[in-house]
Design a protein around this ligand. Sequence first.
Ligand SMILES: Nc1nc2c(c(=O)[nH]1)N[C@H]1C(S)=C(S)[C@@H](COP(=O)(O)O)O[C@H]1N2
Ligand SMILES: [Mo]
Length: 535
Amino acid sequence: MTAIRSAWWHRIPGVTGSGEQRAQRGWIGAIAGAATLLAFLGAAQLAAVVSGPSSAPTIAIGQLVIAHVPLWLKDLAITTFGEHDKTALLSGVYVVAVVVAVGLGSLGRRRVALAGIGLLSAVAVLAALTRPTAGPLWAVPALAGGLVAAGSYWLLTRSAGPRGSRVPSPGQPGSPGAADRLSRRRFLTLAGSVTAFGAATLVTGRTVVRGAYDAVASRAAVVLPRPTSSSPKVAGTSFDVPGLDSYITPNDRFYRVDTALVVPQLSTEDYRLRVHGMVEHPFEIGFDELLAMPTVERTVTLVCVSDPVGGPYLGNARWIGVPIRHLLERAGVRQGADQLFMTSSDGMTIGADLRAATADDAAMLAVGMNGRPLPFEHGFPVRAVIPGSYGYASACKWLVDMEVTTYEARTAYWVQRGYDRRGAIHLESKIDTPASFASLHAGAVDVAGSAWLPGVGISRVQVKVDDGVWHDATLAAVDSVDTWRLWRWRWDATPGTHSITVRAVDARGRVQTAASSGVVPGGATGLQSVVVTVR
Ligand SMILES: Nc1nc2c(c(=O)[nH]1)N[C@H]1C(S)=C(S)[C@@H](COP(=O)(O)O)O[C@H]1N2
Ligand SMILES: [Mo]
């Protein structure tokens, strides 16, 4: 009751305190809260022009959440939202902010609201300053947002109250009802203006800030080197079966997994890669100098540890890049090192097995993907590709730092969160077609999919129907042992409900395990089955 009595919107003339009017006043407070939040976000977004898109409050808070999210929740988010996990997270941040702002606003208490604005600014400042790549300027957006929000709120609440000269006194023209309407109109006009200001700065601020920090022109100017060595272009790497993945995954269909709410934009002109740690000659290298080194083109399949059995988080591309071993030969690796610890421009850390990173030329710092400069989402201008380990333990995107070290000395991001440090990819296979629960006609049915163990290769794929015998599938050609291998099997389908199961055998003769394990800590294992109905 005290809260209601002390609410600022109670000063609007004509309030008698009836339940209906109170509810109406609550609405006014809620509108003030929502408008103030929008002003905060908009002003902060615009101010982020001095510090970059990642310093904006929603992004900084979102990144803070990502850094602390428990593994089960992260896996739940990936399985529920797939590659829309980032949109889902940002929507969550917005929803919480709106609920809190509207809730606090509807209390109608200035102190509570101002405390709320202060708290929001403080959280956003802290979130921004604790990001791994933050500078002191990263505090600016949230501070600017807080100031503008406090000002907006003050204006809004003042407009609704009778303070100052606007109190209608006896003898003045106008009844209390008219003053009430006047006051409300004034409030709504102001609320509309604050909302419009917030929305406009939010939308234009986003465009302005992204534009100021993008590297689109830099990427457009990149001319990829002609690889000094290229794996042969092999015929017969795919089958003409509808629903089967293509051997090479087009860039715009390649899966994307990372923790970046804003895709980093590094220009090649400013690009520097540091090579240091347990080496004789630490050095820094720029983009052009890197491209001047001998380059290779190799086809390598990338797999995410979060890929469930039969899942979509893998892809195969032809990468152009500089073998990591050339860089490390130049640096001179010292005895005792066993880890290549990589850091990206957005502060991700990825530790790769040093031996795997130097064993073969296919372990490279890639600059090209399927004949194009790396897309921004896939690590422009430089990323690592190391066959045989899941992405979290090999494939650092937006790479800016390589430290030769030991597993003992340095622990990478996902390993800190419970994943296996080596991250060796498991021998796996999947069925692309028919889809689960497909309804088919009896007779010839094409069953097809892929199987992979990058670094080793696939020698055989087998398919069985229900509890029948294993049949050998036909294998497509591959241009290296580092890629998935497409397979097909012609099934003479009989009416009824059937399950189709696949398994692979690697080039060393090992059979894919049927034992199923979950994603954490070392990646999923088990056999994929699809259930289909044949009429
Ligand atoms: N900088 C950075 N690099 C990263 C990641 C990341 O979050 N940040 N994710 C890794 C993971 S978990 C995977 S599976 C691969 C995915 O690469 P892609 O998005 O190009 O398919 O990138 C790896 N490199
Ligand atoms: Mo991953």
